[in-house]
Design a protein around this ligand. Sequence first.
Ligand SMILES: [Zn+2]
Length: 153
Amino acid sequence: MAGRPLGPHVGVRYGHLASMSAGVAVTRARWELHPLAFERPEQGRRDETVTCATCGGTFTVRVLSLDRTLRRRRILRVLQGAGVAVAVVCAALLAVTGADAVPALVLLACAGGVTAFFTAMRLRLEVGVTPRRPTVTGLRGHRMFRGTDELPP
Ligand SMILES: [Zn+2]
């Protein structure tokens, strides 16, 4: 889980919710995708206003400096490691403890595993660009997608 290489420029994509169609089992959303390119701030973070090419609506995304992005990745990596460690230790303890401790240990092992899994997913996507309000309603029918790749400077 090395994550993608990071540079002074970052490319992501955002989607404009074009339509929702209710299928048999799942609701399928169709997104009109637009590329976005940002130059990272030297340090700290910068809020960028994005105007949607489809509907003209605006939303704000926060772009982190390279430093901050790397720090965030480090924190996620530590969390991921801690999750794995908890899961492994609890699984190992299961073999040596009595039946009384089993439910608690299983719960802890699962919690550790789930934490590790989700931080790993998050780590894969972490490029230092996040919507200020990361909800569908806050973005008014828009969503961020991972970019194709880093853009050349
Ligand atoms: Zn739009």
